[in-house]
Design a binder for this molecule. Structure first.
Ligand SMILES: Cc1cc2nc3c(=O)[nH]c(=O)nc-3n(C[C@H](O)[C@H](O)[C@H](O)COP(=O)(O)OP(=O)(O)OC[C@H]3O[C@@H](n4cnc5c(N)ncnc54)[C@H](O)[C@@H]3O)c2cc1C
Length: 506
């Protein structure tokens, strides 16, 4: 066990996406270790973000309007205090990113250029070179992190379990390398920044590491999990047989691209007065319905983007061209894909979880900012806003130099082999997808518990169990959770919370 000289003061950050790296930078001069399963900047959803980061930066816009849009999109479950913080802190965090060298797009007068995305009442998404926001933000952060003396990066390690002392305080993490060689790392505070859970589904836009590992580790340590049933399905993943499915960013529809069916007819106005710019859950269900009825959905950007496509959306253009589709002259086939987990480890306004010594930030956390349905481009924002707040708190608490007791020996949870993950992917896709009927809700839980009986309580299976259980208990339709047998939302809106004990697993 590594109990190194600085173990009593340092912060251990599990995950090296935007949330983890931004926190690491803001912690200076408090020492920290960042665990990154892959080389820095890789295997993180942050690097793949295409649309950009939402913040009220224009003269016409305001944090109040941004918060109101966030609340309206979230299906009645957004915590208004959290939405207010998110929107209020947004412009300052964009200024931080600019100071780090992120080259956000500017208009000829030098002002930051902002794009319109679905369900935003103003153009407020800051982008970089069309669809390269995530890559550019991560490049700037990686450069800064590599220069920072207080940050130690451990690449090639993944965390599998949290270490706790006899009082239940989290005091470190059990990690392993690609060959499952174990390495325990102690710290005075552990922060989960391990990203989302989209790779539990068969069709996803997420990196393969997005298996809800953080959620499972936190739950095993006793943490409260919130709103686990709410997964956002991105309506327009490119349906070109590639895994993970490349995204056709929502900004395309913001620029005027239209959703059309196999006959070339636009169809979204049949489903919502907002048409192509309706909220994501509405668009995802419309496309799901079209496909279930034997139709096919396409994104038509020929008129709206046309010849500018390669410059305006270089990532989408490259993905299409690799599949032999030229989006300047052809339609792009699209399908919904698991994209963003609104639920996660319940945290307070300062990123504390319910377990002492453990914080969570970024997509693995559930701050209450997204409710049942995330507003587009609010997740990069949430990652930086709550990473900054977490850092502020840990800076203040660092002076207290809290040291935990000795770690209680804990075995690593079982590894889920490839065939087990494939079976889990199919279950999630079939039964915990865009539409969840009565048979799906019961079937998912039954089949996941069978997999647990066969493979043990691996992290992906435990995360999936939380999601399936919460989905089986929510007998209404709200945001990303749609039950055809309960098509209306129930009043009052109620968030879901569960601990490991609530799952009642053998
Ligand atoms: C294709 C795509 C496009 C998107 N576009 C946008 C957009 O335009 N705007 C927007 O706001 N949001 C967008 N999102 C969502 C957004 O990118 C994510 O919500 C956000 O980047 C999450 O940041 P994060 O730091 O929490 O997670 P990530 O960036 O995913 O980082 C998680 C880190 O944890 C690591 N990790 C995973 N498991 C472990 C483990 N067991 N131990 C240690 N480390 C671990 C990962 O390797 C990675 O380093 C998009 C997502 C995708 C997939």
């Amino acid at each position: 066990m590594n109990s190194g000289p600085a173990a009593g003061h340092r912060v251990l950050i599990l995950g090296a996406g935007l949330a983890g790296l931004f926190l690491a930078l803001r912690l200076a001069p408090r020492p920290c270790i960042v665990i990154s399963p892959a080389p820095l900047g890789e295997a993180a959803a942050s690097s793949w973000a295409q649309g950009g980061l939402a913040a009220a930066l224009s003269a016409q816009d305001s944090p109040q309007a941004h918060a109101a849009d966030t609340i309206a999109a979230g299906g009645g479950l957004v915590d208004p205090v959290v939405a207010g913080i998110l929107a209020h802190d947004g412009p300052a965090r964009v200024a931080d990113l600019l100071a780090l060298g992120v080259p956000f797009d500017r208009s000829p007068d030098g002002a930051l250029r902002q794009s319109l995305e679905a369900a935003h009442s103003f153009a407020r998404v800051a982008r970089v070179a069309g669809d390269l926001a995530g890559r550019a933000i991560m490049d700037a952060l990686v450069t800064a992190v590599l220069k920072a003396d207080h940050i130690e990066i451990l690449s090639g390690l993944s965390a599998a379990a949290l270490l706790q002392d006899a009082n239940g305080r989290v005091i470190g993490a059990a990690c392993h390398d690609a060959g499952f060689k174990r390495e325990d790392i102690l710290a005075s505070e552990v922060v989960l920044a391990s990203g989302g859970a989209g790779a539990l589904w068969r069709i996803t836009t997420n990196p393969s590491a997005a298996l809800g590992t953080g959620l499972a580790m936190a739950a095993r340590a006793g943490a409260l999990i919130a709103d686990a049933e709410f997964m956002q399905f991105h309506p327009t993943a490119l349906d070109i047989g590639v895994d993970p499915a490349p995204l056709a960013t929502e900004a395309l529809r913001g620029e005027g691209a239209r959703l059309v069916d196999q006959t070339g007819a636009a169809f979204m106005t049949r489903f919502s007065p907002l048409g192509d710019l309706a909220a994501r859950d509405v668009v995802a269900r419309a496309i799901h319905q079209l496909r279930s009825d034997g139709g096919q959905a396409f994104l038509d950007a020929r008129a709206a983007v046309g010849a500018h496509f390669p410059q305006a959306f270089p990532t989408v253009f490259a993905a299409c061209m690799q599949a032999g589709i030229d989006p300047r002259i052809s339609l792009m086939p699209v399908a919904p894909a698991a994209h963003y987990h609104m639920g996660g480890i319940a945290t307070d306004l300062w990123a504390r979880t319910s377990v002492e010594g453990l914080s969570a930030i970024g997509e693995c956390a559930c701050t209450g900012a997204h409710g049942a349905n995330r507003l587009a481009s609010n997740s990069l924002l949430e990652a930086v806003v709550f990473a900054a707040r977490c850092a502020q708190r840990l800076q203040a608490e660092g002076a207290l130099d809290q040291a935990g007791g000795a770690a209680i020996p804990a075995p690593l949870p079982p590894h889920l082999p490839r065939e087990g993950l494939q079976r889990l992917n199919s279950i999630m896709e079939a039964h915990v997808g865009v539409v969840r009927g009565a048979g799906d809700r019961a079937g998912a839980w039954a089949q996941i518990t069978q997999l647990i009986a066969q493979y043990g309580q691996s992290n992906p299976l435990l995360a999936a169990a939380f999601i399936a259980k919460a989905a089986s208990l929510r007998l209404e339709s709200r945001g990303g959770h749609y039950c055809p047998d309960y098509p209306a939302p129930q009043e009052p809106p109620i968030r879901s919370f569960a601990t490991l004990a609530d799952l009642d697993l053998a």
